[in-house]
Design a protein around this ligand. Structure first.
Ligand code: NOJ
Length: 720
């Protein structure tokens, strides 16, 4: 539909119809079904108050979407199609690794491909818009939603978030495989105090500008259609009612003209938070902050029309908001095809799933991080007896939270993956114990020890259950739940040819098991082809190459923890395991993570030969090209993720001791040397100064290749 026709449509709508565009309901509330919802049960207003609405979330099939769309469009004077939204976070039916894992591939092309595949399945399943990407900046793994994020570095998060936007949206939203996207949760949702979900965050403007805001902006720049403010209080005000964040930064500074949707029931929660007196007040606060769509609270449905009549909100505000919603519908081509190519035939999605399995396996392989290897890995493919032990040995629940429509019966378990790879070997699978929080039952550990003693090698699959991470899944301790640490101690004691394979949605405190584990492979929640990927990685058919997108603490007491820390005036200067009085350190724990951001081993070794900046003197605003030369000195082909970090040596505000500035991937055969050329954008040299400006200050910068706290080659350059 042309812009003029859209305007004519808006002009012809009544106030109630226009407000209807701003109302979103759960499918369950509309269809009076008990379909899955992703928050508290939605309010059911009177039939009259629920007559007009513009969008729906949480439905389960194309069939449901098509039926409701037909019914709604045949009902009113203006047949405006509904917009159907869903959390397609890391897959629709095929589960790809969780976003935190995917970010660790350091491969935006791969992330884009996974998003594209998820998009095709979801679009066939009736979805028009996904609540993705989630690019909250995270530093605290107690918060269960770190699994949805792209980790602790805003530059990496921005790149991965933008790749997701591109993958979902494609080149043209009217394409039947494309989804519109909603970036979330703007802003500071990833910094809840104590790591407890929904809790308040207190972040200075300086910290927000440097760390918390950039990734959202990167996603908007990549074309995100919508943005969702966070529902926790940021500096005292829940984001949906925060004029600074919503009006000043988002609309005036960033010139975002797309749609804003509240988070689930966020308007009503303004009352509980003590910001709004009642539902009408909540509706007015949100509308005045440019919130176009009210997700399920019903405050707009019940109170907005009266607020307009009472002069608290102008009709012009309603027109602007309704037009933004109509525009997304129009961009998707819903006026021409309200079903957006969805297919009621479940086989359509099934066929796509079959096509996407290879990609799911590749993503699981490239997202896995080999944390430790004393030489046991890779296992020899000629082994005769393999014991697959642990609560995740035969589990299909390794897809991760927020894969709402995925079918776990399609997941390949670790035991199945190994059986398929080694058809002639004898595979014994035992659980040993459960992964449930608080489970004290260790009675099955003896059986696991016996299986380990009788095997040539052991694959020990431990971690956190799928339900331990995701929304509302905060933990005060981030160690292995239940009796699993004991299981690891006993099994590794029984057979030293053991690889501990970790599953879960957050960095865990592995201190207790690290010392006794010969090898640690972090699989995160790897998705549908998780078991295949584990088998291929452990037996050397695939090479590990992923890196951590989030640091693993030595102790929960270190949290929040992140690699890009600022220096203190009294930095610790003694070895990590020693204590230095009157310096910034702990008496009972080191300062550094157990495994830091950017860490990850391969089955080979790389020697960094040369770090060559193209220039050593730059004008402010110029990018810096850097060449890194390296050699594979090991015995196997491997892939290295070359990472460059910078440090602004003297500046008007304290800057981080290291900050990721560029990265690239290179594969080299044994003995082979190669070069990668990276560009450090001048944007990476910026800082947010005390006068509230983003500037590049002249002076010397240090640049190193390596990973956090592990510089391998260092050079300097000067900005004039
Ligand atoms: C609440 C979550 O915070 C948000 O991420 C999600 O998109 C909505 N519920 C819808 O399910």
């Amino acid at each position: 539909m042309k812009a003029e026709a859209l305007k004519e449509l808006l002009d012809s709508m009544s106030l109630a119809e226009k407000i209807g565009q701003l109302v979103q309901w759960n499918y369950a509330a509309l269809a009076m079904t008990d379909a899955e919802v992703t928050g508290p049960e939605t309010l059911r207003l009177s039939a009259d108050a629920m007559k007009y609405f513009g969008s729906v979330l949480n439905f389960s099939s194309a069939d449901e979407m098509i039926r409701l769309q037909k019914q709604y469009m045949s009902g009113g004077e203006h047949p405006v199609p509904l917009l159907f939204m869903m959390d397609v976070i890391h897959g629709y039916r095929t589960a790809f690794p969780i976003p935190l894992a995917q970010a660790g591939s350091f491969d935006p092309d791969l992330v884009r491909e996974c998003a594209k595949a998820a998009s095709a399945e979801a679009a066939a399943g009736g979805v028009h818009l996904t609540f993705t990407p989630m690019v909250d900046h995270v530093r605290d793994p107690r918060w269960g939603r770190v699994m949805e994020s792209c980790g602790e570095d805003p530059y990496l998060s921005g790149i991965m978030g933008a790749a997701q936007v591109e993958g979902f949206r494609g080149k043209d939203l009217t394409d039947k495989n494309a989804l519109a996207v909603c970036v979330k949760h703007y802003a500071g949702y990833g910094a809840p105090e104590g790591g407890r979900d929904y809790n308040q965050a207190e972040l200075s403007e300086h910290v927000l500008r440097e760390w918390y805001l950039p990734a959202y902006k990167a996603c908007l720049d990549a074309g995100a259609d919508m943005i969702m403010p966070s529902f926790n209080a940021l500096n005292g005000i829940p984001s949906v009612a925060n004029p600074w964040l919503m009006n000043q930064v988002l609309r005036d500074e960033w010139h975002f003209n797309g749609t804003v949707i509240s988070d689930y029931n966020a308007l009503d929660e303004l009352i509980t938070q003590g910001i709004a007196e009642n539902r009408r007040h909540a509706a007015v606060l949100a509308m005045n902050c440019g919130c176009d769509i009210d997700m399920v609270s019903g405050c707009y449905a019940s109170d907005l029309e009266k607020a307009v009549r009472d002069g608290l909100i102008s009709e012009e505000q309603i027109n602007t908001a309704a037009m933004r919603v109509l525009k997304v519908k129009n961009d998707l081509g819903l006026f021409e095809d309200p079903f957006h190519g969805a297919s009621a035939d479940p086989e359509t999605v099934g066929n796509l799933v079959r096509q996407h399995r290879t990609l799911a396996e590749k993503a699981a392989v490239e997202s896995a991080v080999l944390l430790k290897n004393n030489g046991v890995l890779p296992f020899a493919g000629s082994v005769k007896k393999v014991a697959v032990i642990g609560p995740f040995a035969s589990s299909r629940e390794i897809v991760g939270a927020w894969c709402c429509n995925c079918d776990t019966s399609e997941t390949v378990t670790v035991a199945e993956g190994i059986r398929a790879l080694l058809p002639d070997a004898e595979i014994t699978a035992v659980s040993g114990c459960s992964a449930r929080i608080g489970d004290k039952d260790g009675s099955m550990i003896n059986e696991a020890v016996r299986a380990a003693e009788n095997a040539d090698c052991v694959v020990l699959c431990v971690g956190e259950e799928m339900e331990c991470s995701g929304e509302g899944r905060s933990r005060a301790s981030v160690t292995l739940p239940g009796m699993q640490a004991e299981l690891v101690r006993r099994v590794t004691g029984a057979n030293p040819v053991t690889a501990v394979v970790l599953f879960g949605g957050r960095p865990l405190d592995l201190t207790e098991i690290d010392a006794v584990s010969p090898a640690l492979l972090e699989m995160w929640m790897p998705g549908t082809e998780g078991g295949t990927a584990v088998a291929k990685l452990l037996f050397g058919v695939a090479e590990p190459c992923g890196r951590l997108a989030m640091s693993f603490p030595k102790s929960v007491g270190q949290l929040p923890l992140f690699y890009a820390r600022s220096n203190t005036g009294r930095p610790k200067q003694v070895p990590e395991d020693e204590y230095q009085p009157y310096c910034s350190n702990y008496m009972d724990c080191g300062n550094l993570p157990l495994y830091s951001f950017g860490h990850g081993l391969t089955y080979t070794e790389f020697r960094y030969d040369e770090l060559r900046p193209e220039k050593t003197v730059l004008r402010a605003g110029e990018d810096l090209n850097v060449t890194v030369r390296l050699t594979n000195t090991g015995k196997r082909t491997g892939t290295e993720i070359v990472q460059l970090y910078i440090n602004d040596k003297v500046s008007s505000v304290v800057t981080p001791v290291q900050k990721l500035a560029a990265f690239a991937k290179i594969s080299l055969a044994p003995g082979e040397s190669g070069e990668v050329r990276l560009t450090v954008s001048s944007e990476r040299m910026r800082l947010w100064n005390f006068s509230g400006q983003s500037v590049i200050e002249p002076g010397e910068f240090e640049i190193f290749a390596g990973y956090a706290d592990h510089p391998l080659l260092t050079r300097t350059f000067t900005v004039i």
